[in-house]
Write a protein that binds this ligand. Structure first.
Ligand SMILES: NC(=O)c1ccc[n+]([C@@H]2O[C@H](COP(=O)([O-])OP(=O)(O)OC[C@H]3O[C@@H](n4cnc5c(N)ncnc54)[C@H](O)[C@@H]3O)[C@@H](O)[C@H]2O)c1
Length: 255
């Protein structure tokens, strides 16, 4: 029998092909959930489910895990994901983790409209579309659940080169708080996690000099690991956090 703090639950994680999303799939699975790894990059999502590394880091093999191609910025793709999930599992996921995210960094004075819009479309509109569609599916079936939206610590403080990204992530916090107020009556909790600098491919474009300066500002003196963010996401997904909703939780090493 599978045990763990999310045993028997069905979870969907977007952005599951890499970094924090992949680690979240691994920790949710270790804690007993069946995981749908959804990503625009299907091959990467499949790798999350299948890789030996995933098994070694605790993927339970009892669950009927699956990979799903999903572009969170496209409402048709999101609707299709809900349909496919209901067909395959005969029930909606009761854990939804919005982890898909992108950066298109540039100085404010040089940022193109296209790079502004693309970041908003994936990070903010994507969170909205996924949350709306899957919350509706839960409400339709009268299922309580938990939604965790990944924001960023730069949502609170801003960051050079990230007017588009920081504003999209600030939007995620406000959207989370508003959704928590609306969805409480369905016993659906909605929380945000604000990671600090975490060692994943998304930070590979940050110049080394900037990275060193950033690390100096982190009291714990290092970047976070994706698994350290995933543990908090899993706690918020589970009934261990049953009275937490509308919260925005920093996971930053004190940054
Ligand atoms: N790594 C950090 O330092 C850090 C800090 C704060 C917040 N975050 C946030 O955490 C989340 C995960 O970031 P990460 O560091 O793991 O990044 P990552 O680049 O390693 O992974 C992001 C994943 O999202 C997927 N994706 C991109 N666009 C998509 C779309 N339209 N639809 C579906 N999937 C899409 C990518 O294919 C990729 O697999 C993001 O929302 C990011 O903004 C990361």
């Amino acid at each position: 029998m599978v045990s763990g703090i999310v045993a028997g639950r069905l979870a969907i994680v977007t952005g599951a092909g890499s970094g924090i999303g992949r680690a979240t799939c691994q920790v949710l699975s270790r804690e007993g959930a069946t995981v749908i790894a959804a990503d625009k990059n299907y091959a990467a999502a499949e790798q999350t489910i299948k890789s030996h590394a995933a098994l070694a880091s605790g993927f339970n093999d009892a669950g009927d895990h699956s990979a799903l191609e999903l572009d969170v910025s496209d409402s048709k793709s999101v609707k299709h994901a809900v349909q496919k999930t209901l067909e395959q599992y005969k029930a909606p996921p009761t854990i939804v983790v919005n982890c898909a995210g992108i950066t298109r960094d540039n100085w404010l004075l040089k940022l193109s409209e296209e790079d502004y819009s693309r970041v908003q479309d994936v990070n903010l509109k994507g969170t909205f579309l996924v949350m709306q569609a899957f919350a509706q599916a839960m409400a339709d079936k009268g299922k309580p659940g938990s939604i965790v939206n990944i924001s960023s610590i730069v949502a609170k403080y801003g960051n050079i080169g990230q007017t588009n990204y920081a504003s999209s992530k600030a939007g995620v916090i406000a959207m989370t708080q508003s959704a928590a107020k609306e969805l409480g009556k369905f016993n659906i909790r909605v929380n945000a996690v604000l990671p600090g600098f975490t060692e994943t491919p998304i930070v590979e474009t940050v110049p080394e000099k900037v990275m060193h300066q950033m690390i100096k500002m982190i009291p714990l003196g290092r970047m976070g690991q994706p698994s350290e963010i995933a543990e908090v996401i899993t706690f918020l997904s589970s009934d261990k956090s049953s009275f937490v909703t509308g919260a925005a939780v920093d996971v930053t090493g004190g940054f």
